[in-house]
Design a binder for this molecule. Sequence first.
Ligand code: HEC
Length: 199
Amino acid sequence: MNDVRRYIYGTLIIFLFIVLAWVGFVFYNSCGFSATCPDGALAVERTPIPTLIPATLPAPDRFVSAPVVADAPSIGTAGITRPSNPGGPGPGIELTGSVDAGKIVFDERCAVCHGSQGMGGLLNPGSTDGTMPALNPIDASLKDADYKTFAINLDLFLEHGSMPEGRNPIFQMPDWGDKGILTPQQIADLIAYIISLNP
Ligand code: HEC
């Protein structure tokens, strides 16, 4: 009877010893076989997307197409404010405009958005600047000492209209010329009037 008990206890103790030895070995092993446990240090998180291409890589000239640059409206030089809608000048710029006639059309058609005498200040929620542009004084880049150039800069907006920059502008500049809402003569008159406001 005693012998049986001894065998059972002996087996249990040996089994426990083996289990403890195995756990200890696994622990020591995962620590990097050192009492200071170097493998237990927190891993440094590296960003998965390299922000800089290592200098040793060749410059990516294959499979990477050149960025597409949108064509600016054909006329004029860079830096001049241009309407978002494409197109060239209309027939109005060949006509001689009348300031007085232009003022009448302006009060009727344009003042609702650009203010009386083009003073601006009306709101345009959803556009980047939040207001309708003033035409008096007008955007300096549209101005030009040469009457014809100044007229073309204005005519492009009047002919083709323009969508202001921004998420969701409530108002946009209508395309008076393209839609045939205004005659070339009326456009010439308006141009003369706006230029008279910006001597
Ligand atoms: C429904 C409102 C509205 C009406 C009406 C309107 N405009 Fe505009 N206009 C705008 C908006 C908005 C812009 C700005 C467009 C942009 O930023 O691309 C603009 C831009 C312009 C510009 C360019 C100025 C600049 O600084 O960008 C001119 C010139 C202009 N309008 C003239 C006129 C004339 C002349 C009339 C009348 C025939 C008129 N507009 C009627 C809303 C209007």
